[in-house]
Design a protein around this ligand. Structure first.
Ligand code: NAD
Length: 316
């Protein structure tokens, strides 16, 4: 397959690198000049539990340098950059090109549908972890899975082709008609842990210091899953809360990506997680006070970090 990865940071590099190793024609498209240059000169350094190697059989370039029409565009920007990233590669998306998003959050299909018909959009979730540890250098450890489906819910042959390609690349991928369940449960998990950690600057395990931490997280999970159910999505609250409790118990020292983004002065994915839940809740008239308050606090934290909040104001 001819595959263009748009947003080749931690996840895009991991997926693009593994697909290239399986013989697919992969182009990594990104705007991070140092990362692109490192891959162009030394290949992509991929450090997994199995090995630490350089993958050279792929191309890496800026959006305006990318050419040719791929069979598949794999979108792996942070959600706040999806619209601009797809606009930057719009010249690559032909009538037969499919677009796959495994990004976190809600609203990904809506953004992609500006560039591709619903029947050519694939969406899913992945539990693979990845970190960009330096330019051209990605680290992934442990095990994950990928679940995907066609955005229009239909049984389409190309979806199985993509799933097979990802599976053969070692990414444990299955076609799954219940992807919306997994998406909403992951949104609930992230809406709770990412936003509370970002608002409090606690690591995930520190939320367990007092009962209020898990209690607030479970409150957010209940709110998010109530909205999912109002949208007609089947969800499993007990299993989702068990994953949240497990993370608080075991993810010692872990800073969720949203907290890492704030600490690095970057904008976060809060709008496509808590923000999208609050918007969907309003449409169904469902109260989501904890999710909304955390959204507002993270927006404030983000504004302060970005320097858009007044500096040094004194409250008299
Ligand atoms: P990342 O920040 O490492 O990578 C995103 C990349 O997009 C960056 O390299 C950035 O330069 C690039 N980018 C930004 N604007 C662009 C543009 N206009 N054109 C092209 N490229 C552009 O992020 P990530 O950790 O790989 O996460 C990507 C998505 O996957 C997010 O939605 C995240 O929530 C989700 N996710 C991440 C993980 C993880 O462990 N990292 C796991 C599951 C899901």
């Amino acid at each position: 397959m001819k595959i263009t990865v748009v947003g080749a940071g931690a996840m895009g590099s991991l997926f693009g690198g593994l697909l290239a190793e399986r013989g697919h024609e992969v182009t990594l498209v990104d705007v991070n000049a140092a990362h692109l240059q490192a891959i162009q000169s030394q290949g992509l350094r991929l450090h997994t539990d199995q090995s630490d190697r350089h993958i050279r059989a792929l191309r890496a370039c800026r959006p305006d340098e990318a050419d040719g029409v791929p069979d598949l565009v794999l979108v792996f920007t942070k959600t706040l950059h999806t619209a601009s990233a797809l606009a930057g590669v719009a010249h690559l998306i032909g009538p037969e090109t499919h677009v796959l998003s495994l990004q976190n959050g809600l609203g990904n299909v809506e953004v992609i549908s500006q560039h591709a018909a619903l029947g050519r959009i694939l969406l899913g979730v992945t539990t693979w972890p990845a970190d960009l540890v330096g330019p051209g250098h990605v680290h992934s450890h442990g095990q994950g899975v990928v679940r995907l489906m066609s955005a229009d819910g239909r049984d389409r042959p190309f979806v199985a082709t993509v799933a097979q390609a990802l599976d053969e690349a070692g990414l444990a991928c299955t076609v799954d008609a219940a992807v919306w369940t997994a998406i909403w449960e992951k949104v609930a998990f992230n809406a709770a842990l990412n936003s509370i950690c970002t608002a409090t600057q606690c690591t995930v395990d520190q939320l367990g210091a007092i009962d209020d931490g898990p209690a607030l997280a479970f409150c957010v999970v209940d709110e998010v899953l109530a909205v999912a159910q109002a949208q007609g999505v089947t969800v499993h609250a007990d299993a989702c809360k068990a994953r949240v409790a497990d993370a608080i118990g075991r993810h010692v020292g872990h800073k969720p990506s949203m907290l890492q983004d704030v600490l690095a002065g970057r904008r976060t994915e809060i709008e496509s997680i808590n923000g999208a839940v609050v918007a969907a809740a309003a449409a169904h008239d469902i109260p989501v006070p904890c999710t909304r308050t955390l959204l507002q606090i993270v927006r404030l934290v983000q504004a302060r970090q970005a320097g858009t909040a007044p500096a040094g104001s004194v409250i008299h």
